[in-house]
Write a protein that binds this ligand. Sequence first.
Ligand code: FAD
Length: 422
Amino acid sequence: TKNYDVVVIGGGAAGLATIASLLKRQPSLKIALAEPSDQHYYQPGWTLVGGGVFKQASTVKNMADLIPAAVTWYKSAAASFQPELNQVVLQDNSTLSYRALVVAMGLKLDWSAIPGLADNLGQHGVTSNYAPGLAPYTWQLVQQLQQGTAIFTQPPMPIKCAGAPQKAMYLSCDHWLRHHVLKNINVHFCSAGAAIFGVADYVPALQQYVKKYAINLNLQTNLIALDASSQTAYFRQTQADGSSKDIEKHFDMLHVTPPQVAPDVLRQSLLADNAGWMNVFPDTLQHQQWPNVFALGDCANTPNAKTAAAVRKQAPVVAENLIKLLTNKPMQAVYDGYGSCPLTVERGKIVLAEFLYGGKVEPTFPKWLVDGTKPSALSWFLKEKMLPPLYWYAMLKGHEWLATPSYRDDLPQDRHQKNQLK
Ligand code: FAD
C-alpha cells in the first residue's frame, strides 16, 4: 500500500483542474493520480471538429505532458473503492491509501444500450461527435450528403453538454444551406426530452433556427435500436395520452448521442447514490457519507449541466474545501451550479446558455456585450478562439480566471455524520 495526502481518480478535465488548483494552494501535497488513458481530450472542441472548423488533433494532448511533475501517475483504472479503509484498489492491483479522495472519473457512454449501434459507429452513415475520434467522420458525412434524410438523436437526461446533439445538427444544416442542398435534405431532430432545451430563456432563439433550417422536431422520441446495413433507425415515441408508439425512419446520415450512465466501478461502490453517481453535497462537493471524499465533473450527482464550464467552477471549490478538511478548518467554498452550453446555431454565431442550479440564467458578460439568449458573433469568437486556451493554459494550470468560488461562513460542517447510517 502506498500512502498519499490526496488520491485523484480520473485525469480528465475535472481531475487535472483539481490537481492544479490543489498544488497552487499547497505545493507540498503528496498527490497520486489514477488514469488509464495516454490521451487527454478537449471534448468541447468535438462539436467544431464535426462542423469542419477544428482539426481533431487540436483537441487531443498526451496525458503525460499535462500531469504536473510533482504528481505520481498510476496509469491504471480504479477497480474498487474502499472508503471504510481510506483506500482505492487499481486494476493493476496497486492499493493507494489517502487522507482525502477526489473522484473525477467522468461518465460512461452507454453505446451498447442501443442494439445495432456499437458495431456500426463510423460506417453506413452512423456517427457521433461523442465518440472519441469520430467527429471527423461527422464532417465527412456532412460534406458528402447531397440529398436524403439526416437524423440527429438525443437520449434521456442526464447527458454531458445537453446542447451538443443539436449543435451538431445546426452546424450541419448551415453547411447544407450554404451549399444549396438543404432543400434536398430532410432533417429530423429526435429527442427523448419534452423540450428542445432545458432552460426556457434559450428556446425561442433555437426555435428560430429549427424554422430557418426546416427541421422536423420530434420530441419525446427516443432511439431504441438501429439496423445500420439497411440504414433504419427505430424510435419509441411517447404520445400525448402517455401511451407509446414505435416508429421507424430511414436515414442516410445518423448522428447519435448515446445514453449516458455512471461508470460501473462507481455504481457498484459504497460511494454511489441510487442512480450510480457520486453522492455529494451540491454546494461543497463533499461526499454525503464519507467526509474525506469529494467529487466533481460528470460523475457527480449534482444537478448542474454536465460541462467543462461547470468543472472550471467546481475545481477551485473542491481544492479549497479539501485543504480546509486536511487542516481541520471549516469548509467555506460553495459551488453555485454554474454550467454553460455554447449552442453553435450557425457557423460564426452562438447562443450562449449560462445558468446555475435550477436553471437560473447567469450571464458572465453584461447584456450590451453579449445577450446570451440571442445568436452572437462575439460568443462564437469566444468559443473558437478564447475557450480552448482558457482550458489548456488556465483551467488545467490552476489559474482560476472566471472561476472564483463563493464563500459562506454558515455552512453546516457536520451534515455528513447525520447521513452516515443511510
Ligand atoms: P472527462 O473529461 O470525460 O474525464 C474523465 C477521465 O476519467 C478520463 O480521462 C477517463 O480516462 C478517466 N477514467 C474513466 N474511468 C476511470 C477509472 N475507472 N479510473 C481512473 N480514471 C478513469 N463542455 C463545455 O463546457 N462546453 C461545451 O461546449 C461542451 N461540448 C461538448 C461536446 C461534446 C461532443 C462532448 C462529448 C462533451 C462536451 N462538453 C462540453 C462536456 C465536457 O467535455 C465534459 O463535461 C467534461 O469533459 C467533464 O470532465 P470530467 O473530468 O468529469 O470527465
